[in-house]
Design a protein around this ligand. Structure first.
Ligand code: ZN
Length: 546
């Protein structure tokens, strides 16, 4: 007996054996039961999802002599004829190789003749989007007025390339990618029938590699059986697919988590010595981090992971070694590397650079890596019981004043902290006069408080200052000597004085220290401006605001 490829041998012969497309097969079965068959169908979907198989089952079901509940019987002359490919009334056309207008004209002539044995002539046109424009136009004429004995089933992987005029005349069905569990269960059935021993983890690997296409999964499985001699191991499949085993991915990700760049480079070397495809590996490694991310999010999201329980447990363990930010950062790095690796002759270097970047977060200054570093810092700070940076920043300024006041100068007696409340800042010019008067009145109290509470040095300096004015919330304090002014001006002392003014006077001001000469010069300048204005506008209309 000659060898038949698995996917041919196991091609579904009924609607119920079509995997993962129940949303379509149920409708088709109902149409057949109710005799409401359309004259043109369009089956869309990625390769290997069962479009042609469904079309063939449909061809049998509409013509079967003894249909059972919408399904073909599989035993009558018609069913067997179609299964064997000997039925002339079911015509398969591959549009990829018969895309010219002549082929379609031929078809149009052929359409006129009644079927020879079947009730319906069924035309299955695969890859219909490959037809030329002229061919589409010719086909359209037939679709506009199809004879009653004709059914068209058009199949395509790229429906957007099919003209709208054609689309509008077809009943459209979208074939889904087949899920990993569905593929696994199908492979399992076949493995049992073929007496092949294979475990779930390995079946999972095949199913994942097929990316939703059952036909691809079957052809991989077929090859594995031919090399495996009755049993198929995980390593067989992994090496055949050039896929990196989970074991290896976890090892490399561990090295990344430990920021161990040299270990990473050694592992990559091992990978290349084993003849793995670097480009494929980058894709696998990206998927691994995506799995980590999904695992980290947890909850129902985990259901979308198409991995075995064993791998899942190990991945979940590994998520503990990464923060969400760093997983996302690594996915970004790997995605960029994947794009770059396509265009270079030495993709190995791209991979090594990417992995180094993943290990050395300090190498790049983009937002993602900064976030990772900030998160790390926050963790350290939190774990050591120190207030986080954020807390300190949001504290009331006056608290800082208190801290400084206590720390900076040794208390002579029991320190009583000034009762500092958050006050209104003086920013209204109208209030300046009143506030300045208040300050002058309470200035001795401010100085006494500074003295009483132990700021002896500051006290000795501040007594030499004289409030000279208040403008835009800035209290001008006049000093005779530069070195005294400098002492008071230092930012810590300034804050202390501002703190006492605030608590004693009941409003906030900024301290602005000046030398006597500067104050006089300012005044002179102000007077000059007023005089100039008077000469221009006349004395009467000048009103000066302090
Ligand atoms: Zn039949």
């Amino acid at each position: 007996m000659s060898y038949i490829a698995l996917y041919r041998e196991w091609r579904p012969k009924t609607f119920s054996s079509i995997v993962g497309q129940e949303h379509i097969t149920q409708i088709l079965k109902n149409q057949i039961k109710q005799q409401r068959i359309a004259h043109a169908y369009l089956f869309c979907g990625t390769r290997g999802t069962g479009k042609t198989s469904t079309a063939k089952v449909m061809a049998k079901a509409v013509n079967c002599l003894h249909p059972i509940d919408g399904e073909p019987c599989g035993e009558c002359e018609i069913c067997r004829g179609i299964d064997n490919g000997n039925m002339i009334d079911v015509i398969e056309i591959d549009a990829a190789s018969n895309n010219g207008v002549d082929n379609i004209r031929e078809l149009r002539d052929d359409v006129k003749y009644l079927p020879s044995k079947c009730k319906y002539k069924v035309y299955i046109i695969d890859e219909v989007h490959m037809l030329s424009t002229a061919a589409f136009n010719a086909l359209l004429k037939t679709l506009e007025e199809p004879p009653a004995h004709i059914i068209f089933i058009l199949a395509t992987t790229e429906y957007q390339k099919v003209p709208a005029t054609i689309l509008s005349r077809c009943q459209r069905f979208d074939f889904k990618r087949i899920s990993v569990p569905d593929i696994v269960s199908r492979l399992n059935t076949i493995a049992k029938q073929e007496n092949v021993s294979i475990d779930d983890k390995t079946l999972n690997l095949i199913a994942r590699s097929a990316d939703g296409a059952l036909r691809d999964a079957l052809s991989v499985f077929d090859q594995c059986i031919s090399i495996g001699n009755g049993s198929v191991t995980y390593e067989d499949v992994a090496s055949m697919l050039g896929i990196t085993t989970d074991e290896y991915l976890i090892k490399l990700a561990d090295a990344v988590a430990e920021n161990d760049a040299s270990k990473c480079i050694i592992l990559i070397d091992e990978l290349i010595n084993n003849g793995k495809d670097v480009y494929q590996f980058i894709k696998d490694f990206t998927m691994h981090f995506r799995d980590l991310l999904v695992c980290r999010i947890g909850g129902a999201a985990v259901d979308v992971l198409n991995i075995s329980q064993e791998t899942f447990d190990r991945i979940r363990e590994q998520t503990k070694k990464f923060s969400t930010e760093s997983i996302m950062r690594n996915i970004n790095i790997l995605s960029a590397a994947e794009a770059d690796a396509k265009w270079v002759s030495q993709p190995r270097i791209i991979l090594e650079m990417a992995v180094l970047k993943m290990c050395k977060k300090e190498l790049d200054a983009d937002l993602d890596s900064l976030l990772v570093r900030v998160a790390k810092l926050e963790n350290i700070i939190n774990s050591k019981g120190v207030n986080t940076v954020v807390n300190t920043v949001t504290q009331d300024n006056s608290d800082t004043v208190k801290d400084v006041a206590v720390k900076k100068e040794k208390p002579v007696k029991e320190n009583k902290k000034p009762d500092v409340k958050k006050n209104k800042t003086v920013d209204n010019k109208q209030d300046n006069d009143q506030h300045f008067k208040d300050i002058l009145k309470k200035w001795p109290d401010v100085i006494n408080a500074i003295n009483k509470e132990g700021h002896k040095i500051l006290y000795s300096n501040i007594v030499q200052g004289k409030p000279a004015g208040l403008s835009d919330g800035a209290l001008i304090l006049e000093f005779k000597f530069g070195f005294v002014k400098k002492q008071v001006e230092n930012s810590e002392n300034k804050k202390i004085v501002e703190g006492y003014i605030s608590s004693i006077c009941g409003f906030d001001v900024r301290l602005h220290c000046k030398l006597v000469d500067e104050v006089a010069a300012d005044k002179q300048q102000g007077d000059d401006i007023v005089k100039k204005a008077e000469t221009i506008f006349g004395k009467d209309i000048i009103e000066v605001e302090e």
